[in-house]
Design a protein around this ligand. Structure first.
Ligand code: PEP
Ligand code: MN
Length: 445
């Protein structure tokens, strides 16, 4: 099948974009050695299971909901935060499942999303220029020279934070919290009092009635009491990802065992780059972002290289064109890839092509642009007879003010009220739920 995974040295020799420069090679090597001895965070068998589900989504038999922070932080890996993120994804999934009658595959940008590619290597504030923040996996967010120095110890902290987050997620999803009978309880006071919260209550009440009926006739399947939830992150840092790549004893094949699904970012998808070379060996389900500069030939070449055996569910293209570009840009890609018989799942990331800086200096997005890109994505696929397989959003379970618009009509001046993201702006709880209802309508048609 695949030849052996290249060594870290070979990957660096090929050239990996967006890597930190560590100034203590011995400390880096020690951290990598330690990582190599630590147990897997996920089982290869779970990755295979997700791969089959992604294949189902690519055939239109399921829908992928991928969501979470742009960048997780170590300080943010608390029980409350994790529960809130999980809860909003469960609520969105219930809305999508109920309103569109399609199984929803739940994937968190969670338990590993700690490394960020940056468009600029430096950041300037008030005339002071320092290295850019590259995610908690690399350096600190504080704007001081010391904090911005890449620290290899952070790679170990990524592992431990991911492990504790995933442990809690597994406890929540199998231990009763994600039980469908909790569908009402997921709606907090705050959301319940918003119009979309009331709409959710109505759905929850119908689900509850259906559950009561099912129970009365003696049907109480396991699926009512637990959910399958998968972790995902952008596999950016060669040291970390390589150390977390292991040969599965069942199949003798390499898997990245730091998350179920890993993806290649828009800035690291060079066909001859180290990321593509590394990813092509993995047996996990993998993603590759495609932005407005990607040509149909680029997409085809990436698909051939990343998934030469055309295995269903293995490759997902996550498109992120921007609302103004998707209707013109996406059809060429989909047509070419489809005409060549390439098996791929198409996911819409309506976030990264719609970012701009508000007059108040905050990085933001407009809710209407986000929605419009998803609509464009559905329109293009419907017109071509291909399948919209899912969405990827940046969102949070908290009531942050990072994205403009939505039912609460947040405006530029409200952004400062509760802006907590360390990188990109996220949909808050109400906006996430609104989005789920609107996407459910698109799915139903
Ligand atoms: C991201 O998903 O946070 C991201 C950096 O996206 P992209 O690679 O598409 O810019
Ligand atoms: Mn982002």
């Amino acid at each position: 099948m695949n030849d052996a995974i290249p060594s870290l040295e070979q990957l660096h020799a090929i050239g990996a974009a967006q890597q930190p420069t560590y100034d203590d090679p011995a400390a880096l090597a020690a951290a990598v050695d330690r990582l190599r001895t630590l147990p897997p965070l996920v089982f290869a068998g779970e990755c295979d299971e997700l791969k089959e589900k992604v294949a189902a989504a690519s055939r239109g038999e399921a829908f992928i909901l991928q969501g979470g922070d742009c960048a997780e932080t170590f300080a943010g890996a608390t029980a409350d935060n994790t529960r809130n993120k999980l809860r909003v994804l469960l609520q969105m999934a219930v809305v999508l499942t109920y309103a569109a009658s399609v199984p929803v595959i739940k994937v968190g940008r969670l338990a590993g999303q700690y490394a960020k590619p940056r468009s600029k290597d430096t950041e300037t504030r008030d005339g002071v220029t320092l290295p850019a923040y590259r995610g908690d996996a690399v350096n600190g967010y504080d704007f001081t020279p010391e904090s911005r120095i890449p620290d290899p110890q952070r790679l170990l902290e990524v592992y431990h934070s991911s492990a504790s987050t995933l442990n809690l997620v597994r406890a929540f999803t199998t231990g009763g919290y994600a039980d469908l009978r909790q569908v009402h309880a997921w709606n907090s006071e705050f959301v319940r009092n918003s119009p979309v919260g009331a709409k959710y209550e109505a759905v929850a009440a119908e689900i509850e009635r259906a559950l009561t009926f099912m129970k009365a006739i003696g049907a109480d399947p396991d699926e009512f009491h637990r959910v399958d939830f998968y972790s995902s992150h952008e596999a950016l840092l060669m040291e970390y990802e390589h150390a977390m790549t292991r040969i599965d004893s069942r199949t003798d094949q390499p898997y990245n065992v730091s998350g179920h699904f890993v993806w290649i970012g828009e800035r690291t998808r060079q066909l001859d780059g180290a990321h593509v070379e590394y990813f092509r060996h993995l047996r996990n389900p993998i993603g590759c972002k495609l932005g407005p500069t990607a040509t149909p030939d680029d997409a085809l070449a990436l698909a051939h290289r990343l998934n030469p055996e055309n295995e269903p569910g293995r490759l997902t293209f996550i498109t992120r064109f921007g609302a103004g570009k998707i209707r013109d840009g996406l059809p060429g890609l989909v047509e070419k890839v489809t005409a060549e018989g390439v098996d791929v799942a198409w996911i819409c990331d309506p976030m990264h092509g719609n970012t701009f800086e508000a007059s108040t200096g905050y990085k933001t997005r407009r809710f209407e642009d986000v929605l419009d890109e998803v609509q464009g994505f559905f329109d293009v696929h419907r017109a071509l007879g291909t399948v919209p397989a899912g969405i990827l959003v940046e969102n949070t379970g908290d009531d942050v003010t990072e994205i403009i618009g939505g039912g609460e009509e947040l405006d530029e001046t409200s952004l400062g009220n509760r802006y907590e993201s360390v990188v990109d702006p996220r949909l808050n709880r109400v906006q996430s739920l609104e989005m789920a209802f609107l996407v459910a309508e698109m799915l139903r048609k």
